[in-house]
Design a protein around this ligand. Structure first.
Ligand SMILES: [Zn+2]
Length: 342
């Protein structure tokens, strides 16, 4: 019995002296003392050697010892888990910082939609400068010197250099693509353009265009029509009617304007289509041979077509917006309405 008490006291001293925050050492502690072959179990086995009259007292001492070891183990365990918590400093249960969702601008939504349709036909996207020289904006495009578009009243010129101006159309990008001399060319050119116009609900001094250009051998007006038919079907649905009206542009010959049946009244006539049942969508034509020559492309070998459309107009129609000025006023109440728009 005395031997047993001595043994327990020596164990107690050893256990009291033990301290660790390393989970591995704590586990070793558990195995050594509380494991199935641990010292607590072994010393409990000594009960059978204790004389009967001392068994009660010995049982009490042994039970106290067992509780002592278990308490020590629990305290070691909790200090290691606390430390783990602190050292990782990562609380996955914390709610994250709120990230408010913005909305794409309706012009961007419409532009992306148009681009995706033409990309499926193999058109690449090309971009050009918004500050342009006279040659790329006018001369190369067969715009004669007396053309009214060159007038100071219609175009913003840059004061430092009378040869520089804010581009009046994205056609400058087409010229720059042709100048590269890599044929065939199949590109679309989206971008912002500027004209000196009075700002109103229907027109603005800057707006967006998307032009297309295809140049190769044996390109015909039939190819142009087929491309635009595909666009209209994808954009406005298969039941929309298309018509071409002869027109004039200096840079195309022959030239046409394309209308679609009004998507609001289905051709019946309403205020948007001015009771005509038709909506003007774009201008197009076969590239004028002079334009090809100006860019170093042989017009006897190559032909091509081009078209140009505004982006504001289809966006106004699609989203039911009645004032073009809303697009550039940065009014959050307006822009927020497009959070889930496509
Ligand atoms: Zn209509």
């Amino acid at each position: 019995m005395e031997q047993l008490l001595e043994q327990i006291n020596s164990y107690k001293n050893e256990i009291e002296a033990f301290d660790s925050t390393d989970p591995k050492s704590v586990e070793e502690f558990r195995i050594k003392w509380l494991g199935t072959k641990g010292l607590v179990k072994t010393i409990m086995g000594e009960m059978k050697n204790v004389p009967n009259e001392q068994k009660k007292e010995a049982g009490q001492i042994l039970n106290e010892f067992k509780v002592f070891v278990e308490t020590k183990f629990e305290s070691l365990k909790s200090s290691t888990s606390n430390l783990e918590h602190q050292s990782s400093n990562l609380d996955l249960s914390l709610p994250g910082d709120e990230q408010p969702l913005g909305a794409r601008h309706p012009i961007t939504l419409m532009k992306n939609r148009i681009i995706s349709i033409f990309q499926r036909l193999g058109f690449a996207v090309a971009e050009g400068p918004e500050i342009e020289d006279d040659f790329h904006n006018f001369t190369a495009l067969n715009l004669p010197e007396h053309h009214p578009a060159r007038d100071m009243q219609d175009t913003f010129y840059i004061q430092q250099n009378p040869d520089w101006l804010l581009r009046t159309h994205t056609s400058n990008t087409q010229i720059r693509e042709m100048e590269k001399g890599k044929l065939p060319i199949r590109v679309i050119c989206p971008g912002r353009v500027y004209r000196n116009e009075t700002v109103s609900a229907r027109s603005h001094c800057f707006f967006h265009q998307l032009e297309g250009l295809y140049i190769d051998e044996n390109v015909s007006f039939a190819d142009l029509k087929q491309t635009l038919y595909f666009f209209v079907k994808e954009m406005y649905g298969k039941d929309v009617k298309v018509r071409f009206r002869p027109s004039y542009f200096p840079f195309t010959e022959p030239s046409a304007e394309m209308d679609i049946s009004c998507t609001l009244c289905n051709g019946e006539g309403c205020s948007v289509c001015k009771k005509t049942g038709w909506l003007e969508i774009l201008g197009c034509g076969m590239i004028h041979p002079n334009v090809l020559s100006n860019c170093g492309i042989d017009p006897n070998k190559y032909t091509g077509y081009a078209w140009g459309m505004g982006i504001e107009r289809p966006a106004l129609l699609k989203y039911g917006i009645n004032d073009i000025r809303l697009f550039s006023e940065n009014d959050v109440r307006f822009l927020k309405q497009f959070t889930s728009a496509v």
